[in-house]
Design a protein around this ligand. Structure first.
Ligand code: APR
Length: 247
């Protein structure tokens, strides 16, 4: 993409915005080789539905299966590195007075790209918590039992991610809504915008007069509401947008 591919009002808005909120989804990490939730149902894991692997009921039924699936995904994430899209967003953060990055991803790649103000709506796969007490656990004894046990209460350990049927961390959601409601510009990047409540954040911005821009190779339910939609990979569109706004 070339700087001339972006409408002047987009460039103006980026340069003059006081407050920008960004929502990212699995698409921003696609170019880092992190499979999306549904793509991760491949190989050995193809015969399971997400509902069989990512719900509290699934964990109660077969904690070993769920732990092992997340261990496999954790190892994929550990091998991945941030891409040009993550890096461009970090540069946006450095140029915009108030910048809030809200992500549905659990891979931690925005932080690894140097982004400082990140709200994780769906948790982080590298963190572990106790299934019984719902508190983060940093260390535990490896006894060979899968999943391992909480050193405090003996409950089973689980990944600190939000499963289907679970509510989002209230503080993270509150901050995300506030950022969406107060921004001049909202960017929706690499998300299908079908999973709520995250998918309603762009509408919070729209309702209060924020400009909505989408970056996604595909059309989504949000596309018709966006002032501008750039249909390309985030790793191409975002660096080009950065160069166009701050040549
Ligand atoms: N750049 C930008 N967008 C991309 C790219 C790319 N290179 N590649 C794919 N996409 C887009 C797809 O077109 C799709 O719209 O990323 C989106 C990914 O959609 P989903 O897989 O539904 O991911 P997401 O929106 O993050 O899902 C939300 O649902 O599966 C649950 O909890 C999980 O956090 C996840 C939530």
């Amino acid at each position: 993409m070339k700087p001339g591919d972006f409408p002047a009002e987009v460039i103006e808005k980026l340069r003059s915005a006081r407050s920008v909120a960004v929502l990212t989804g699995a698409g921003i990490s696609a170019e880092s080789g992190v499979p999306t939730f549904r793509e991760a149902q491949t190989g050995l894991w193809a015969r399971f539905n997400p509902e069989e692997l990512a719900t509290p009921a699934a964990f109660r039924r077969n904690p070993q299966l769920v732990w092992e699936w997340y261990a496999w995904r954790r190892q994929l994430v550990a091998q991945a590195v941030p891409n040009a899209g993550h890096r461009a967003l970090t540069e946006f953060e450095q140029r915009i007075p108030e910048f809030t990055l809200i992500t549905q991803n659990v891979d931690g790649l925005h932080q690894r790209a140097g982004c400082r103000r990140v709200i994780e709506l769906h948790g982080n796969i590298r963190r572990t918590k106790c299934f019984e007490e719902n508190v983060v656990v940093e260390t535990w004894d490896e006894t060979g039992e899968v999943p391992p046990r909480c050193p405090r209460c003996g409950g089973r350990l689980r990944p600190d991610v939000v499963w289907f049927e679970e509510t989002l961390p209230p503080e993270a959601l509150e901050k995300a809504i506030q950022a969406a409601q107060t921004c001049d510009l909202f960017l929706s990047i690499g998300t299908s915008t079908v999973v709520h409540p995250a998918a309603s954040l762009p509408y919070e911005a729209l309702d209060r007069g924020g400009m909505l821009i989408e970056v996604n190779p595909e059309i989504t339910p949000l596309t018709g509401n966006a002032r501008h939609s750039f249909h390309g990979p985030a790793g191409v569109v975002l660096p080009a947008l950065l160069r166009a706004a701050w040549p």
